[in-house]
Design a protein around this ligand. Structure first.
Ligand SMILES: Cc1ncc(COP(=O)(O)O)c(C=O)c1O
Length: 393
């Protein structure tokens, strides 16, 4: 049950949720019927008519507008990419960074973000990591900014412990110090509202195979279109303001458009984009605020049940600092992952435990199944464990 929307109806759109206790949307979404139908339409059109490319491209522009609305941005600020990593690399290489410049990041943040910037060492750009704590905000970065600092790059939500960092305050700090700000929203998008303008982000990167409900292989890039000085490292005809209609490249007309299309290369992942269109319609029909509220409620319920079992939670507990849908249970993955799998519960191994990640189709019954599985293994309480360990010691 949910007080926010008809979860039972939504669950019927995700048949996989009936076959397994699916608590792994932070890894990959199960497919929903509307997304499957969008792929099927694409296949049918390709199969029967060899592909109405222009119709597909027209639809792509409609999807671009929906992505923009989801991020509080304008359609011309959105580019389609391959995944988060590609978006972060496009961003890192578009920033006008030179030898001696410094980029601040958070230690232990997602490697697909970190390597995009670490790779700039080739240009003499330095990455300095600040420590990861349960709360990361402007104050966490402030004392690390010096005259060489040019940019900050960070995740909005962490994949490994469900922190939701205060990106708005960091964006404000970047504006005050004239720094570029690059944000990886892969873990939060589709589950928690994202406002590119409130974040004051220069670039935002994401994939679409978690909260945005489509299969792997499609990414998104938001670019603050006032930053016209930021140019792509790679170029294709599609990146130009005036691609040559006769398909003969002319070095004297390589002007870039005033749109994020400057960061796009060649043909698109059209089936995934059509899937994304259907997925955003589904998210909008439920309401992103309702998805967030529902996941928060399930998270509160999970925390309460874990407390009753005296099993710890890794990462922040309060709603202000945690993501609605990512919870890491302090049970060693080496001991617990196979057990959950054998019991029909799909979760992910993480650095400090077992990650439980929620989607719009989950219910308290899913949490109950997880809790019952933990209880069935008869976890000793912390006190009992401590007593056992002290005897052993
Ligand atoms: C924060 C974050 N960034 C990026 C990724 C994935 O990167 P990509 O979309 O390039 O596979 C993930 C998880 O897969 C993630 O949690």
């Amino acid at each position: 049950m949910s007080q926010h929307y008809d979860v039972a109806a939504i669950r019927r759109a995700f048949p996989a949720a009936e076959h397994v206790v699916y608590l792994d949307s932070g890894f990959q979404t199960p497919l929903s019927r509307p997304v499957k139908e969008a792929y099927e339409r694409f296949l049918r059109e390709g199969f029967e008519t060899a592909g109405p490319k222009q119709i597909w491209l027209n639809r792509l522009e409609e999807t671009r507008a929906k992505v923009a609305a989801l991020l509080g941005a304008q359609p011309h600020e959105i580019a389609f990419t391959k995944n988060t990593s590609e978006s972060m690399n496009i961003a890192a290489n578009a920033l006008p960074l030179r030898a001696g410049d410094k980029v601040l990041m958070i230690h232990g943040d997602h490697p697909n973000n970190a390597y995009a910037f670490l790779n700039l060492a080739k240009k003499g750009v330095e990455v300095a990591f600040i420590p990861m704590t349960d709360v990361v905000n402007a104050d966490s970065f402030r004392s690390h900014i010096d005259e060489r600092t040019r940019a900050i790059s960070m995740s909005h939500v962490t994949f490994h412990a469900g922190h939701r960092f205060d990106v708005e305050s960091v964006g404000q700090l970047c504006e005050q110090h004239g720094l570029y700000f690059v944000v990886d929203v892969m873990q939060g998008i589709g589950v928690t509202p994202i406002d590119a303008k409130a974040m004051k982000a220069t670039f935002i990167g994401s994939g679409t195979h978690k909260g945005l409900l489509v299969p792997q292989g499609l990414g998104l890039l938001y670019w603050d279109a006032t930053r016209v000085e930021l140019e792509p490292a790679y170029l294709a005809a599609a990146s130009l303001a005036e691609p040559p209609l006769d398909f003969i490249a002319r070095p004297d007309n390589m002007a870039l458009p005033a749109t994020a299309g400057r960061f796009e290369l060649g043909n698109f992942n059209l089936p995934a984009i059509q899937g994304l269109d259907a997925a955003i319609d589904l998210i909008n029909a439920v309401g992103i605020g309702n998805v967030e509220a529902h996941c928060f409620d399930l998270g509160d319920y999970l925390i309460e049940r874990l407390d009753q079992l005296d099993v710890g939670l890794v990462g922040p507990r309060d709603r202000q600092h945690r993501a609605p849908h990512i919870y890491v249970v302090a049970l060693p993955a080496t001991e617990w992952l196979d057990y959950f799998t054998q019991n029909g519960i799909r979760v992910s191994p993480e650095r400090d435990g077992i990650r439980v990640s929620l989607g719009m189709f989950n219910t308290t019954a899913d949490i109950d199944r997880l809790i019952e599985a933990i209880r069935a293994r008869n976890v000793p309480s912390t006190q009992a464990r401590t007593a056992v360990l002290s005897k052993l010691g």
